[in-house]
Design a protein. Structure first.
Length: 504
């Protein structure tokens, strides 16, 4: 039986003309597989009535692509660059390492803020906490609430014995305020997120456009949800259904908060996963080959759609087979916020150079251009596994042993030139005719293979030293009676008596 709260009514009444700057509700579902939603496969064993309704009444992105893991994908979102340009080619950011998304990068929320948006994050960061300058409230977010690592306990909010739940804020007037949260313990994370979104919306000035980024962990391991979200017998797929029920409950509440504030008619919703579903039985990528951490379609082709009640905000509906890469949302959002011209006028600074992000606004939203903006995707180069993935037109080229389990070692030299890829192990697929990657056709298209290899060689110089090789920090936190994940430039002398309120 489908819970009643899933059956949200999204009336497609005639909406008012869109102001110049719509609100942006950006939801990134952590580790949701291509088969973990109802609308992707006719015989899906999962029911997601809210997501299905939004997708079908909006625009389904049939070919939305990400990186193969959490940190690389989030880095692409925030910088508009492929992970190879950021030193995040191989793995996720781990606790106890001085890993940080390059502080010279201008992250997505900053140009949005300079273009007049209020910017808020609720959920997962996972882009480094080594220094205060790595944290989200120093990278363009007015406020952030959630956790810093790849996951945290659903109700304990602990990871490896350390508390990982916090809130922060930044303003020119008050500077940075940071607050590790311990009084939230034993409350389900998604319930906390519901309350946080409610607070943000209650306090929001409706004269200011809103950017609300919700990278939520609902379907991520360790695959747990309160019993109220279960409507099936116990099994791994039943667990996934419960997790998705919790996610839909949260999304529905968020939409209702937007409606209650009078913002929904002027809001663009973008929804996608950060990578494919992981192996293990809980997740499904449908008939797609492969899993999270692999370059097969199951690892990098994700669920994705855009929705708006207002036809002036989203003028294209139905579905599209055009490529959309996860990095594209950066310039798409900047475009609809007023563009780089407005940012430059407001700050005196120019847009970042050599971005991989391509604005999809004219095609996806305005429907003023029927030509696909993107024709190729540099999926990945990993010098540890010596694999690469590249897409151009209908073809997808995979180089190297896709089953490699090589791990990053701090004392091993990994070349960042031609030696970073195994050029002799080749697989070519026409993913429009063969979406499940069953037929390797490289022998039939030597010219295509040669052309695509040449393109990959052109990206080799974009690679940066691997952050996975950074040294492990063994004694980086305050004393053991205050077990928080905190930046390593924090010292015990900075710790106030109650170990709770940080005001810089």
């Amino acid at each position: 039986m489908i819970p009643q709260w899933c059956l949200v009514a999204l009336l497609l009444a005639v909406a008012p003309a869109a102001p110049a700057k719509p609100n942006i509700l950006y939801i990134v579902m952590d580790d949701q597989g291509y088969g973990d939603v109802g609308y992707t496969f006719p015989d899906a064993d999962i029911h997601t009535p809210l997501l299905d309704k939004l997708a079908h009444e909006g625009l389904i992105l049939e070919r939305h692509y990400s990186a193969w893991l959490c940190t690389p994908s989030r880095a692409s979102i925030m910088t508009g660059r492929y992970p190879i340009s950021l030193g995040i080619e191989h793995d996720i950011f781990m606790p106890n390492r001085e890993q940080c998304l390059d502080e010279s990068e201008l992250l997505m929320p900053e140009p949005l803020r300079q273009n007049g948006y209020a910017t808020h994050l609720v959920g997962k960061w996972h882009l480094g906490y080594a220094r205060w300058s790595c944290m989200p409230c120093m990278r363009g977010f007015d406020t952030a609430y959630g956790y810093t690592q790849g996951r945290t306990g659903w109700i304990t909010h602990l990871l490896s014995g350390y508390n990982d739940f916090y809130e922060c804020s930044y303003s020119d007037e008050d500077g940075l305020k940071y607050n590790p949260l311990t009084d939230t313990k034993w409350t389900y994370t998604m319930d906390l997120y519901n309350q946080r979104v409610k607070t943000i919306l209650e306090n929001h000035d409706t004269e200011t456009p809103l950017f609300l980024y919700l990278p939520i962990q609902t379907v991520h391991s360790t695959f747990w949800a309160p019993s109220k979200y279960y409507d099936c017998d116990n099994s791994t797929r039943c667990d996934m259904q419960a997790l998705l029920n919790a996610g839909e409950f949260f999304i529905n509440n968020t939409i209702e908060q937007f409606k209650g504030k009078g913002l929904w008619n002027n809001t663009l919703l973008v929804y996608h996963s950060d990578n494919g579903g992981p192996s293990g039985g809980y997740s499904s990528n449908g008939n797609l080959r492969g899993w999270k951490s692999e370059l097969w379609e199951g690892g990098v082709r994700t669920v994705g759609f855009v929705y708006s009640l207002n036809p002036n905000i989203l003028q294209r509906r139905g579905s599209t087979e055009c490529y959309v890469h996860i990095s594209d949302w950066y310039n798409t959002f900047v475009d609809i916020s007023g563009g780089w011209e407005l940012y430059s006028a407001n700050t005196g600074f120019e847009r970042p150079t050599a971005m991989d992000s391509i604005s999809q606004a004219d095609y996806l939203l305005r429907a003023s251009n029927d030509t696909c903006p993107r024709t190729q995707i540099m999926l990945h180069i990993d010098p540890v596994k010596r694999v690469a993935g590249y897409m151009k037109g209908p073809f997808k080229l995979l180089l190297g042993d896709q089953a490699s389990s090589a791990s990053c070692e701090s004392d091993v030299f990994y070349p960042l030139d031609g030696g970073s890829v195994d050029w002799d192990t080749v697989a070519l697929y026409n993913i429009f005719e063969d979406p499940y990657e069953d037929n390797n056709i490289n022998a039939s298209y030597p010219g295509v293979v040669a052309d695509m290899k040449a393109d990959i060689r052109g990206y080799l110089g974009h690679q940066k030293p691997l952050q996975c090789q950074l040294s492990k920090v063994t004694d980086s936190y305050p004393s053991s009676d205050v077990p928080y994940y905190l930046p390593f430039d924090f010292t015990d002398e900075d710790l106030p008596p109650n170990a709770h309120e940080y005001d810089f």
